[in-house]
Design a protein around this ligand. Structure first.
Ligand SMILES: [Zn+2]
Ligand SMILES: [Zn+2]
Length: 1070
């Protein structure tokens, strides 16, 4: 694979640096034009008089989002002459980045909705019938107003966030400008205007008149009322728009190289591409099978898949299976991995028609996809077209299950079914298990952490049961994305020794050329760094629209459900404003929470090629076949880290086609780390996938299940390892012959006591009641969401977004777990005001920290979450704050904690080191060194609280605390506690030796930090870790951590001791 890298780091000055840009934008538009004049060209009178005056008057309006008629009235009163639309359009043409001049739906200008319980202070309507009457009244139904638009004239530099606003996390109240500030604002706009005019003059060829040029350009910027848009003559459309009015068919789309060149020509392109890497096209490598396939299988492959030859990795894998090896194939996405287990299965069937197989997938959708593919193959295979293929999952009706057991040759299932339904009834599955020839596990990388550790035990139970019914021949084959130690992972999951596993990692599939870009949003105004950068969301949706208009099929990956919906909402607005309904109707969002039917429908639409764009969360990261995609845009670095990043990148591009992948960086530390070290995105190894085979909690759970499948003897150690007997002696029941049986406490169905994915959460129904009270109107369920999300997403007055459409939450019933929503176009979003306290309530274990006077604690932890209100936000500015009275959510779990000694806390305050930053960073440093961190949480520090302009009432103890999300069992906290010494030391060494400046993903930054790592101090973390390890703290270190001019409020107070359970003794450390 040949790669070329070209790094553009430093092409734009760092954010808010105040360094003037070396390269004004005019340089580009003037390219190729002759007569570059010295600075300050002579101005035609027109710019001084007519335009500048208009600007001066317009821009002194300080309200945000003001309608044009209002501006016009006041400007005309002062100017004593009419204010023409054309003049304003000229300003827009000159300053496109900072002037907004467009029709906007009237509804978007409202701050309050008539039917908003929080703001209208209307009585709640707990009674459904009362609600029905209310919703029938006209004030609640806004369908009629939806089309009403008003002309808005606005300046985007109006509402400015305060530091750390560049993180996108802080909010600023609408600016109440002092006269001096207004003066400054007008001055700034004026400077910008002067600059733009100079640029225009420079770029104008001598033969032309700049005024005429501007006036003709301005025609494009005269807003057209949306109601008239369709009938308006196309004359005002730019050539580019006309060219792409017709979306090209996929096969006629421009090449990615052309598309990138095109991007660089756009007037909005401002050197956002910070890094570009090209992966050249790769030829397929073919090989032949020894012995060759039978004629019938060859024919089936040809007829159903057009496959006439196999790639090297397919051949190596199939050959290895033929040699009685178990196989793991770890290659890129879309390399034809399913052939690797489908073909051998056909071979087994040809040799023995009674052969059976189990194909396991992490999700139902994947299983469905693959089942259809296998059926097609079997159907084309003479002699095998009667073979019965079945799905066996949680949705399989009870009455069909016996038939499947008795007659199917292959089942498509998941580990949940193996654990809870198949293995417990091994007597009924005996025919199937005796004849089992092949177990195929797709997407093996999906199984890691606690879930993977449970799966590893289920696999051992399966192998044990097969052996007990006399079947020791079954072969195991796994496919996985590219992972760092595939053979070892396969061994961990299956329990099969490494020497019997063949790892195939050489990818023989052909691949098209792929371009990869790191895209850093540009400064809002290159002349004014204080405005910060454009929002990554705006950049990502603009890129997406640009690509879709050129027939490039795109998936936009968002980190969380909320940003997925916001992106969809933004696309909706932008595409409607552009009049591109032809594109809009071909874009959909896709995420967790949508109903199964909705998801299947969107997948089908995507697969059929109807969709040009999908906005998705990582729910689409796994291989559900959604057809060929040309481009991937990642809105921010994925929470799942490098492995996720590579999975998502792999979603675009197949075989013969070129493809594009773009990481649009957020302003968060993790993203900026990769902006500065883009090569790591491809060159750094992903973390090893962790399976915990030491957890006695998990092992005991599965021994209880296994003993019920068939009693356990000492010989079963080959499956369950050395600690098996000890656990059996302690926790199971032993009979006279020495067999171990399930403890009665677990009977009659031990698997019901063991949840391998964590407890299922209670769900809230989100019901759209908009149509209630209208003719033929009924309520319908939009989504079902888990309690842990519901709390933050559905409170009364919340704006809930579904497919990019906004709904207002009318009423929430915590008793019936239901929220009623009304469809309503609003242009604000809501953000809950909430906090979660993570409090240690009882210590049950204490462990010595080696070489230190301090201790680590383990015990019961209480989680207390309160949503006490919400903000209404527009463009990240708070437009309203509403209080709520919702019940608190309390639950209990287990965890470990470490207290920062009081003198060290004081020392930090004395030296101007923010303890909240230090503790938060130390928590992440600890988790970064703990292999099972994905199943552990910490109390993340919230920037809005820590950097609030006034002292917070909510003080938190100076404590590093880690806990298991409630409902998940597996003893991860115990494991962290048992290894606390090693982890602490490891974290300390890593932070101390890391050569980054302010923290990176190797030391204190976590890609899964809920609060974006904003409250973070690398030096502070080191001080805390040193203190816990009992090491001296150097004065130099303290001085290094000093942050000038930063007020620190005492949000952190000394940790007080936690109630001790009886008989707890300090455990020594080795
Ligand atoms: Zn670092
Ligand atoms: Zn955090």
């Amino acid at each position: 694979m040949s790669t070329t890298g070209r790094k553009r780091k430093g092409a734009t000055p760092p954010e808010d640096s105040g360094v003037p840009s070396k390269k004004p934008r005019a340089a580009k538009s003037a390219k190729g034009k002759k007569g570059t004049q010295p600075d300050a060209p002579v101005w035609p009178e027109y710019f001084n008089s007519a335009l500048n005056t208009v600007l001066a008057f317009c821009s002194s309006r300080k309200n945000f989002a003001i309608t044009f008629p209002v501006v016009r009235a006041s400007v005309e009163a002062m100017l004593h002459e009419p204010l023409e639309l054309a003049k304003v359009a000229e300003l827009k043409a000159l300053l496109p980045e900072i002037v907004k001049f467009a029709y906007t739906p009237r509804i978007e200008l409202r701050i309050h909705s008539d039917h908003q319980p929080g703001s209208s202070r209307r009585e709640r309507s707990p009674d459904y019938s009362a609600f029905r009457t209310a919703s029938a009244s006209s004030s609640l139904v806004n369908d009629e107003d939806e089309d009403e638009h008003v002309l808005v004239l606005d300046f985007i530099d109006n509402s400015r966030g305060k530091k750390p606003g560049d993180t996108g996390l802080a909010y600023a109240l609408p600016p109440a400008l002092t006269p001096a500030a207004t003066k400054k604002l007008v001055e700034r706009r004026n400077n910008r205007f002067v600059q733009a005019v100079n640029e225009l003059l420079k770029a104008t060829p001598e033969s032309e008149d700049p005024v005429t040029l501007l006036q003709s350009a301005a025609r494009e910027h005269i807003p057209v009322h949306p109601g008239l848009k369709d009938s308006a003559p196309g004359a005002s459309q730019a050539d580019v728009k006309v060219k792409y009015r017709q979306i090209p068919e996929p096969e006629h789309r421009p090449s990615i190289e052309e598309v990138i060149a095109d991007v660089e020509q756009q007037d909005w392109y401002q050197e956002q591409i910070q890094y570009r890497r090209i992966f050249e096209a790769r030829q397929g490598q073919l090989a032949t099978l020894e012995p060759p396939l039978s004629d019938t299988i060859s024919q089936a492959l040809r007829d159903s898949r057009k496959i006439t030859s196999l790639y090297t990795h397919q051949v190596s894998a199939i050959n290895a299976l033929a040699r009685h090896k178990h196989v793991i194939v770890s290659t890129s996405t879309a390399s034809g991995k399913s052939v690797i287990y489908q073909v051998p299965f056909l071979q087994f069937l040809e040799a023995d028609p009674d052969s059976t197989a189990i194909f396991v997938y992490p999700t139902k959708a994947l299983a469905q996809d693959q089942r259809a593919a296998l059926e097609q193959l079997l159907y084309s295979c003479p002699g095998l077209n009667h073979v019965k293929v079945s799905t066996y999952d949680g949705d399989t009706p009870q009455e069909l299950r016996a038939g499947i057991r008795d007659t199917s040759s292959v089942i498509f299932t998941n580990f949940d079914m193996l654990h809870a339904s198949i293995l417990p009834h091994e007597d009924q599955w005996r025919r199937f298990l005796k004849n089992l020839k092949l177990v195929a596990i797709d997407e093996l990388h999906y199984y890691s952490g606690i879930f993977g550790s449970h799966v590893a035990r289920v696999m051992r139970r399966l192998r044990r049961v097969c052996a007990a019914v006399g079947n020791r021949r079954a072969r195991f084959v796994s496919c996985s994305a590219t992972i760092s130690k595939p053979r070892q992972h396969m061994q961990n999951i299956s329990g099969i020794e490494e020497s019997k596993i063949e790892a195939v990692t050489e990818d023989g599939a052909p691949a098209g050329r792929k371009d990869f870009l790191v895209w850093n949003p540009p400064l809002k105004d290159p002349m004014d760094h204080s405005l910060g950068r454009l929002h990554s969301m705006t950049e990502a949706t603009r890129l997406m629209r640009f690509l879709m208009a050129r027939g490039v099929r795109v998936i936009l990956f968002c980190k969380i459900r909320k940003s997925c919906e916001l992106a969809m909402k933004t696309l909706r607005q932008e595409l409607s404003a552009d009049g591109r309904h032809d594109i809009l109707e071909r874009v959909m969002s896709y995420r967790g929470g949508y109903s199964q039917e909705d998801r299947r429908r969107i997948e089908r639409e995507a697969f059929s090629g109807n969709l040009l764009g999908i906005v998705a969360t990582n729910a689409l990261e796994l291989g559900v076949d959604i057809g060929v995609l040309d481009a991937v845009i990642m809105l921010g670095f994925p929470i799942g880290g490098l492995a996720s990043f590579r999975q998502q990148t792999g979603r675009a591009g197949r075989r013969a086609r070129d493809a594009l992948s773009i990481l649009v960086a957020d302003a968060l530390p993790v993203d900026q780390h990769y902006v500065n070290h883009p090569e790591e995105l491809f060159d750094r190894a992903t973390d090893e996938l962790m399976i915990d085979l030491e957890s006695k909690i998990i092992l005991e759970a599965h021994l209880q299940c296994a003993a019920h499948e068939m009693p356990i003897t000492a010989e079963d150690e080959v499956y369950f390892g050395g600690s098996m007997v000890e656990i059996c002696e302690a926790k199971l029941t032993k009979d006279k012959e020495g067999w171990y049986h399930t403890h009665p406490r677990y009977l009659p169905y031990p698997s019901k006591h063991v949840s391998i994915r964590g407890a299922e959460e209670e769900k809230y129904s989100v019901v759209d009641v908009t149509r209630i009270g209208k003719p033929g109107g009924t309520a319908h369920i939009l989504e079902e969401i888990e309690l842990s999300r519901a709390l933050f997403e559905i409170y009364e007055g919340a704006v809930f977004i579904h497919q990019g459409l906004t709904f207002l939450v009318q009423e929430v019933s915590h008793d019936s777990k239901m929220a009623k929503l009304v469809r309503s176009d609003v242009n604000w979003i809501t953000e809950p005001r909430d906090f979660t306290n993570v409090d240690a309530i009882q210590t049950t274990r204490i462990r010595e920290i080696k070489g230190s006077p301090h201790r680590a604690f383990y015990g019961r932890i209480e989680l207390f979450t309160l949503v006490y209100g919400y903000f209404k936000l527009r463009n990240k500015a708070i437009i309203d704050a509403v209080d709520l009275d919702t019940p608190a959510w309390q639950r209990e779990t287990t965890g470990l904690w470490l207290d920062v000694p009081k003198p060290v806390l004081q020392m930090m305050y004395d030296h101007g080191i923010n303890p909240a930053e230090a503790i938060h960073a130390a928590c992440h440093a600890f988790l970064n060194r703990f292999a099972l961190a994905a199943d552990l949480r910490t109390e993340c520090k919230v920037p809005e609280k820590e950097y609030k302009a006034s002292a917070s009432q909510r003080k938190r103890p100076a404590r590093l605390i880690f806990y298991e999300p409630s409902g998940k069992t597996g003893g991860v906290a115990v494991k962290a506690f048992d290894h606390v010494n090693d982890i602490l030391r490891d974290a300390h060494d890593r932070v101390e030796s890391c050569d980054c400046d302010e923290g990176c993903t190797a030391c204190v930054v976590s890609s899964s930090c809920k609060e974006g790592n904003v409250v973070s101090s690398k030096v502070g973390a080191l001080i805390v870790l040193k203190a816990l390890l009992g090491q001296p703290i150097d004065v130099d270190l303290l001085e290094e951590g000093l942050e000038e001019n930063q007020a620190i409020y005492d949000t952190v107070v000394e940790a007080t001791s936690v109630r001790l359970a009886e008989g707890v003794e300090v455990e020594r450390s080795m």
